[in-house]
Design a protein around this ligand. Structure first.
Ligand code: BGC
Length: 386
């Protein structure tokens, strides 16, 4: 009898333990899915239909807000070393401000990130001309580039990640570029505190493509002063020097012995005003760095550390280049979130890309996309605290 009771108790104990441990696992799983989430809200009206604002959250409380208007990252909330969350990207409070002229805050840039000399290029013997929106050159896909369009949006999920898939068809000769381009950009926020961006495109005629994201970061918090105290590292032995209109000369110049040597972490402000022709042309840093690539996959391109908050950002990419721009053209005329004017050098961009003006530079890696081929690139922004 006693023995039977022991057996029953043992059985109940084991069963209970199994249940409760299974229960715990479920709870964790539920918490994970409950705390990594995606929400959508109305964002206002555009000529192409109603815009939405999507909020992606991971289980650590990191939050990114993205609109299907321009694929714009409007907010990115990151913790600092004291646990305080700040919004670390420059931008506006309202859709209308993104519909007006602005320096591409947070947007998807296409069809061609950065400059094409004099807005013209020849492909397969055919000349194409683009709008000159940055005298005397074409910049960032033109005045009505990808940043000024409404994208089809679909919420997506992957293991440990929530995301947004944006797609649109850019018609043949949109902004002067040949070929009907089918474009998909996916933003995924995972529980390892990474924001992954995947870019894909196909075309029905030969064309050129170079997509990027134009987020301006300030790891202290947007509107909280300049970015000159951030410590930057770029995995690049060479950069592409430019002429006075910021078009690459074609040379790949060693960074060694120049203010462009960021191979070890260096404070941005240390050499940003150096007496150097390239610094003069850029008004500071506004240059493409030639990444030291080993293969085809995602590789570390840059890191940025902000010492007062401890925020640390790593940029990984499949791309051959990265544009480091330190906000030299910000002049306080853009009134940002919370009514704060964004002054000189209060945000920096690290735009993963093919080199500027590649369509006119036969020695640069090609940006030509042909029918039957697939354009596919990836970039990861990984966040932590040190
Ligand atoms: C360019 C800068 C430009 C900025 C905003 C950067 O990618 O390199 O020259 O001012 O974008 O348009």
């Amino acid at each position: 009898m006693k023995f039977k009771i022991y057996i029953m108790l043992l059985f109940l104990f084991c069963f209970g333990a199994a249940c409760s441990s299974g229960g715990n696992d479920n709870k964790e799983e539920q918490q994970q899915t409950a705390s990594s989430s995606i929400e959508v809200a109305d964002y206002g009206q555009t000529e192409e239909g109603p815009a939405k604002l999507y909020t992606l959250k991971n289980k650590n409380g990191i939050q990114v807000e993205i609109s299907n208007y321009g694929g714009i990252v409007t907010r990115l909330l990151l913790p600092g070393k004291d646990g305080q969350f700040d919004d670390v990207v420059l931008g506006f409070d309202k859709l209308e401000d993104y519909q007006n002229d602005h320096p591409y805050f947070g947007a998807i840039i296409g069809r061609y990130g950065n400059r094409i000399a004099k807005g013209s290029f020849t492909l397969d013997g055919q000349a194409y001309s683009l709008a000159i929106n940055n005298e005397p050159n074409a910049l960032h896909g033109g005045p009505t580039g990808f940043h000024k369009h409404l994208w089809q949006a679909k919420e997506i999920e992957r293991e440990g990640a929530v995301g947004l898939e944006l797609s649109r068809v850019s018609q043949d000769l949109e902004e002067g570029y040949p070929g009907t381009l089918n474009v998909t950009v996916r933003y995924l926020l995972n529980n390892a505190n990474e924001l992954l961006i995947e870019y894909e495109a196909t075309t029905d005629k030969p064309t050129v493509v170079n997509l990027t994201n134009h987020s301006y970061f300030n790891l202290k918090g947007a509107g909280k002063g300049d970015i000159l105290g951030h410590e930057l590292m770029i995995v690049a032995n060479r950069f592409t020097p430019v002429d006075s209109t910021l078009i690459p000369t074609g040379e790949l110049r060693p960074v060694e012995g120049t203010p462009f040597d960021f191979r070890t972490p260096t404070i941005i402000g240390e050499r940003v005003n150096a007496d150097n022709e390239q610094i003069r042309f850029g008004g500071g840093y506004d240059h493409n760095f030639v990444l030291n690539r080993k293969g085809e996959g995602l590789e570390l391109a840059a890191t940025v550390y902000e010492p007062t908050t401890g925020r640390f950002m790593e940029v990984l990419t499949t791309e051959p280049g990265i544009q480091f721009y330190c906000g030299n053209f910000l002049d306080g005329s853009n009134i940002g979130k919370g009514g704060v004017p964004y002054a000189y050098r209060t945000g920096f961009c690290l735009e993963t890309q093919h080199y500027p003006d590649s369509p006119n530079q036969p020695d640069f890696p090609s940006t030509v996309l042909r029918p039957g081929e697939k354009y596919e690139t990836k970039t990861v922004y990984r966040f932590s605290v040190k």
